[in-house]
Write a protein of this length. Sequence first.
Length: 140
Amino acid sequence: MPEFKYDRSNPGPCCQKIDDMIQYARPIVERWPSFHKRSLGVDIMQEMYTMLRLATKARLRYMNKSTLADLDTSKAVLDIFIQQANKIIFTDKSGKTRRLLTDQSYGEWSKKIDEIGALIGGWMNSVSGRKSGDSRGNAP
C-alpha cells in the first residue's frame, strides 16, 4: 500500500467548510450576553470543533464509516443548538428585547450547516460504495 502523506495546504472541502462556519460563528457568539455565551455559546463552539476533529479524522482513516456517522450526528446536534439559539429572547442593556440570532445570521448559519450536511452525505455514500481493496477515503 502506498504511503499516505498529510497535505496541510489542502484540508479537504468538508474541513474547509467547517472552518469557514467556525470563523463565521465566533464573532456572533462573542456578542451574546455573558450567560448565553458561556452556556449555549460554549456548547455550539465545542460542537463545531468536534465536527472539525471528526472530519479530519475521517479524512485520514481508511475505514471511516463510524467516524462519518459520528460527524453526521455532531452536525445534527449543532443544528439543534442553532435552532435553540434562534428561539432565545433576551433584554439588552438598553431595555430592548432581542434574539440571540438575527434572521439573517440564522439563515446563513443554517445554510452553512446544510452545505456541510450535503458534503457528509456524499462522503458517506462514496465510502459505503467503496470496495475493501480501494485506497484511503480522502474524499471531502
